[in-house]
Write a protein that binds this ligand. Structure first.
Ligand code: SF4
Length: 468
């Protein structure tokens, strides 16, 4: 499946007609959003916790360069290796170099959006290195040859029945519709892969600068097994994940798990301080942390710095009316939903994702759900403003004409009456109660939406008649 953010409109229309996808999205987003609301309602002062988390993230943003250097010093002091990657190419090359150095051929990986972002698996495959995804959702995605459709729940787009069919065809599992049976089957299959792996990979939810610690939050234990069982552990993490202290971590971990899965705390919170120390029976002999920029410095230096405060909880996706209806694949990016509509154009270039900032009703539900109160609607508007300069000239002319008309009441009224008469005449000729296939430039509207004719009586006329 090819990812292309500039095909949002096309793929969204297809998604709206996909009954199985609609069933999966309805259940998936609905359940996740309800759980989040319930678990936040338990708190005496949820907004105080959100403000605390936001302050921690903004403090980290303000000191980002210093914190990254402090993190590097502490990880190196713990006998870990820190490698810097300016872009995806360099990050992939670092992983391949480490594999070559230690003769690594078979890996297991816990969930990581950073490795999705740089398409690491195809690069490993091309080098003859096998990599098994071990997060259950990512495992299903890998078996189906697809992409994750949600930051937290990669198979938000699939129903239980579809997963059952996939397991039957790909793994030879006897037919079942029981999720617990499917999970147990996958767990047994994956256990063999953990034991056979010569290296493990992970992303990271937080990096604690004061102690040089990588934090991996999971519910399945696969993060701990990937990081701790094989002899080499490689983590690829975006530079924005660093926070100053454990004190900052305390509100953020509560916000992350409550917002992501509606849990007070996830089942596993793994803290990796480097390779196993002398005398420790468990843990890898080598630990590498690849700190990846890949466009983040440019965001940091722009007016969109706040977007880097995201803790990737996925709450804005679950609550967004656009995501709820079209799902993650329509965005054509590993990052979907409102946060994806903001960071994809910033990471990939606005011209390469120009439709995404418009994939929002600007209702504000995303900001209301965001545990660190990121002003996503405002950033979407600013991106639209930036893209405006590159818009079709007819669109700019139309907006200018609209602004002029709005400032001149008589012109507005005459224009309204003309539009009403014309649209009703066209609908009557077409024998329909709505207009389809209007000519360019109005086709920009009717390609994707109904166009009901204007009302015969305008609100102005109604007011004059009824209210004097
Ligand atoms: S923008 Fe906010 S709600 Fe959306 S994923 Fe990031 S932290 Fe979560």
């Amino acid at each position: 499946m090819e990812l292309n953010p500039n095909r949002f409109m096309e793929t969204a229309v297809i998604a709206l007609d996909d009954i199985q996808l609609q069933t999966a999205l309805d259940r998936g987003t609905g359940n996740a959003d309800t759980r989040r609301r319930e678990v936040f309602a338990e708190l005496d002062a949820p907004d105080a916790l959100r403000r605390q988390g936001r302050a921690s993230r903004l403090r980290a943003m303000a000191d980002l360069p210093d914190l990254l250097e402090q993190l590097e010093r502490n990880i190196t002091a713990n006998n870990g290796h820190v490698l810097w990657a300016v872009d995806g190419n360099e990050a992939r090359q670092h992983v391949l170099d480490i594999c070559r150095k230690h003769n690594l051929k078979q890996g297991v990986k816990s969930k990581s959006m950073a490795t999705e972002e740089i398409s690491l698996l195809p690069a490993l495959e091309a080098a003859g290195i096998t990599m098994r995804e071990t997060d259950l959702g990512e495992y299903i995605v890998q078996l189906s040859g697809s992409h994750p459709s949600h930051i937290i729940m990669p198979v938000m787009h699939m129903t239980k029945g579809q997963v059952g069919d996939l397991f039957e065809h790909e793994l030879g599992m006897p037919p079942t519709n029981d999720a617990a049976d499917m999970t147990a089957f996958a767990r047994k299959t994956l256990r063999e892969e953990f034991l056979a792996a010569d290296f493990g990979m992970s992303g990271g939810n937080f990096l604690i600068a004061e102690t040089g610690t990588l934090v991996i939050v999971t519910n399945e234990g696969n993060g701990r097994l990937s990081a701790g069982l094989p002899p080499v552990h490689i983590a690829v993490v975006g530079i924005e994940k660093v926070i100053p202290t454990w004190e900052d971590f305390a509100p953020l971990i509560q916000l992350l798990t409550r917002s992501a899965t509606g849990q007070r705390l996830s089942v596993y919170v793994n803290m990796v301080n480097g390779p196993a120390r002398d005398g420790e029976p468990d843990g890898p002999q080598e630990f590498y942390l690849i700190l990846m920029d890949n466009g983040r410095s440019d965001i940091y230096a722009s007016e969109y710095t706040e977007a880097l405060a995201c803790i990737r909880c996925g709450a804005c996706l679950n609550t967004c009316p656009i995501y709820q209806n079209v799902g993650g694949h329509a965005y054509g990016s590993v990052y979907s939903g409102p946060i994806g509509a903001v960071i994809t154009p910033l990471l990939q270039g606005k011209e390469n994702a120009s439709q995404l900032p418009f994939a929002s009703s600007l209702c504000g539900a995303c900001q209301a759900a965001c545990p660190v109160m990121i002003n996503l609607p405002d950033m979407l508007l600013r991106l639209r403003r930036d893209l405006q300069a590159e818009q079709d000239p007819s669109w700019r002319f139309g907006l200018k004409a609209w602004a002029f008309g709005m400032q001149h009441p008589l012109l507005f009224e005459i224009g309204g009456k003309a539009a009403s008469a014309a649209s009703r005449a066209l609908a009557e000729t077409a024998g329909s109660d709505h207009l389809e296939n209007l000519p360019y430039p109005l086709s920009g509207w009717t390609d994707y939406r109904d166009f009901p004719p204007f009302a015969e009586q305008s609100f102005h006329d109604w007011w004059r008649k009824n209210r004097k």
